[in-house]
Design a protein around this ligand. Sequence first.
Ligand code: BG6
Length: 490
Amino acid sequence: SEKPTALIMIFGATGDLAKRKLFPSLYRLYKRGKLSERYAVIGVARRELTNDAFQESVRSSVQDAIKDHDGLDEFISHFYYHSHDVTDSSSYLALKTMANQLDENYHLEGNRIFYLAMAPEFFGTIAEHLKSDGLTDVAGFKRLVIEKPFGRSLASAKVLNDQLRQAFSEDEVYRIDHYLGKEMVQNIEVIRFANAIFEPLWNNRYISNIQVTSSEVLGVEERGRYYEKSGALRDMVQNHMLQMVALLAMEPPIRLNTDEIRAEKVKVFRAMKPLEGDAVKENFVRGQYGRGLVNNEEVKGYREEPMVDAESNTETYVAGKLTIDNFRWAGVPFYIRTGKKMAAKSTKIVIQFKDIPMNLYYQTEKTLNPNLLVIHIQPEEGITLYLNAQKTGEHMDATPVKLNFSNNCIDHMNTPEAYERLLYDCMRGDATNFAHWDEVALSWSFVDKISEIWEGTKADNFPNYEANTMGPKEADELLERDGFFWWPVD
Ligand code: BG6
């Protein structure tokens, strides 16, 4: 396999993401032999640290994440540290000297990845300095990896994008959506486009509705300050949920390459019917968790969490109905829901097929169960197909059966983590599983309409769902009105 060579600079190297995800992912790549000997990492952060101390923090973050860690000494010997002031040119110049030196020592061919894993308010400043202080002046490739949030509205995302584009071209910007790195999210395309039995049915003649759920058990934890300004709509819907919808709804690309796939996804966003005025209320439901019982103990409501306003109007739950106005999907609702402090941690997609034209068989309730295709994204990875088969001994009766494929049984131990894949893709220059600016812009313009209305009107029923439940009753009513219901997530 390809073994890319690069200098990786991680801005925010003392932060949570670097420790929990980036260092362990780099180590896994190293262990799998996907990193050449020619790599070096510079941890960049404000704090004063020696190289040794930094290497020790990398060591402990790998040890915390991974049981078996041989070769760790060699791995961390490629790590260096630079104490940085993001607004000071002299600090960038010192970083450049270090980078050029490592480039030479490790024969990195002038390839550079700048990974911004830190507070978004500095993204623009950093990109500008990287250029003006000459760090992007390289013989090889230069790439910018950037974590969410990418703005908090279309307007602010544009400002940010313009700043980044002063220093990097669109092709050099890798906007992370870690859902696109998940094994089963990537599998959506394979299931659709590599199977003769699904793609011919993948349209409004045979599918009645699609349900995408991403529920979390955790609450807002220590992130109240960020979350109060974000809410579930910006935190989960604008990016992860809409990306999954795009993959489910897109037309088959003419080729499996970055440009073709992204172009098809962009068309889905363009076909998504914008919601305005009353349509927001009719099609979208917001929720906020109140107290609830977990293992018979009362847990806090959102408004009691640290850094959260006691009267907060921020939603911790969103359910919505999306309409995709094109030939394939006209008339098929896409329902999405996501929230914090729900009863299960689960990301799942349910594709519900239409009923057959005439039912010859009966079940006790005198109706047949619809065929369902369920794509399990997490925690389990797999696919379940619900069919009807003869009820043993009663040839006039049908009963549902489940065909189950679980990834865990085959190669779960080897399934790379989302961040591992995305880092590797970036090193190889494959941007397919990163969000293109057009996707980001279109999804913000969809979401902005909803947040404008939600921010302009106080939710008088908050909190409206108890912790450890599946959300407010309005979310059930949203489907009931169309004659559907949320299929249980497990
Ligand atoms: C992040 C959100 O993007 O995704 C978090 O900011 C959320 O609020 C997380 O908890 C969920 O990711 P996952 O991979 O656990 O489903």
